[in-house]
Design a protein around this ligand. Structure first.
Ligand code: GTP
Ligand code: MG
Length: 326
């Protein structure tokens, strides 16, 4: 779990307010104040250092290049920028430790209250300026944390059906109808901005149903971060793709565009079983032999589920050792 990233003022307040309760004794009043100051600046430095290092260590270091999680992280966050932010935050933590050592010595060498006060103020000023210098990097860590929190928890063991297609064709409406997921459904494209996961239960079996952002008909290198998340779900998670088409074109895209996307999904994922379904039959019913449904009214959805289950039953049968014939 990634920690909440505090901003400079919060870090400084936390460090310097917390230590204001630390007490110390001494042979004289000046000694007592000096010892107290030394204890406080050391403790404050420790808190700042520990806080920054906690952030530095909290983020996973990514060495592999392949895999759903890693590639999704790279889509969501600029990993080079994250690396720089982490190293700058570590630099800040080290710098604060240096200052802690320098000012510990400096305060020990003071002879009167004025000198001591000045040294203490100087220390606070210099620590503050270090923490403020890493502010943009702390902001990037906070951003990365928020992005990483969007990564869904995928059950790698469960059979998975990925629902894909053009934007606005009714993918989320279908996922909402058949699974435990409750995605946002709206009459405009790119409503779904990330991967959503729900579960469909058939008898004793559970299936993962994945809602994906809409894909446009364009080459991989032109795809934006939202579309790339859908591509990663297709690439790494799908045992089956339910490809939703909207021949009514109320989604705002022509059927030709949608057919082209379907053709390219077939080419790119030749090993995955693709079930094609035409949605919005309540608006337009074509003469094609594809499955047809209305995710809105529910018409045709039981038949789609039957087809989905048929595939998995067949696959299960094929993977079982064949029984001896009589
Ligand atoms: N008439 C009709 N409208 C539907 C049907 N299914 C979905 N819609 C509507 O189509 C619009 C888009 O539905 P969504 O489920 O959000 O579409 P999506 O494919 O998830 O869209 P993105 O997340 O933007 O890719 C919504 O206004 C739905 O109510 C249907 O069977 N019939
Ligand atoms: Mg959607």
């Amino acid at each position: 779990m990634l920690p909440t990233i505090m901003m400079p003022q919060e870090i400084l307040d936390k460090a310097f307010l917390r230590v204001s309760k630390i007490d110390a004794s001494g042979h004289s009043k000046f000694d007592m104040i000096k010892n107290k100051s030394i204890a406080r600046i050391n403790a404050a430095g420790d808190i700042v250092h520990t806080t920054l290092m906690k952030y530095n260590r909290a983020f996973p270091s990514v060495n592999e290049r392949e895999g759903f999680m890693v590639e999704l992280m790279c889509v969501l966050v600029d990993m080079d920028k994250l690396k720089i932010a982490l190293s700058r935050v570590e630099w800040g933590a080290d710098k604060v430790m240096d200052l802690r050592r320098v000012y510990d010595r400096k305060i020990k060498g003071t002879h009167n209250l004025d000198e001591l006060d000045n040294a203490r103020k100087e220390y606070y000023g210099r620590v503050s300026s270090i923490v403020w210098r890493v502010e943009p990097h702390l902001k990037y860590l906070a951003y990365a944390r928020d992005e990483f929190r969007k990564i869904p928890i995928v059950d790698e063991e469960m059979d998975t059906i990925v629902v894909a297609g053009f934007p606005n064709v009714g993918k989320s409406q279908l996922v909402d109808r058949i699974s435990t997921a409750k995605p946002e459904i709206a009459a405009y494209p790119f409503t779904t901005q990330g991967i959503g996961i729900g579960v469909y239960t058939s008898g004793y079996r559970k299936f993962q149903i994945i809602d994906t952002p809409g894909l446009l008909d364009r080459p991989l290198e032109d795809r934006n971060a939202i579309e790339l998340q859908a591509i990663l779900a297709l690439k790494y998670l799908s045992d089956m793709i339910v490809f939703v088409l909207d021949p009514s074109e109320t989604a705002g895209y022509t059927i030709e565009q949608q057919e082209r996307l379907l053709a390219s999904v077939k080419v790119n994922f030749p090993d995955v079983y693709i079930l094609e379904v035409e949605n919005k039959v309540d608006v337009l019913r074509t003469e094609s032999d594809r499955l047809k449904m209305s995710a809105m009214t529910g018409e045709g959805v039981p038949e789609l589920l039957d087809e989905m289950m048929k595939f998995f039953r067949l696959r299960e049968k094929q993977s079982m050792p064949s029984e001896p014939s009589e």
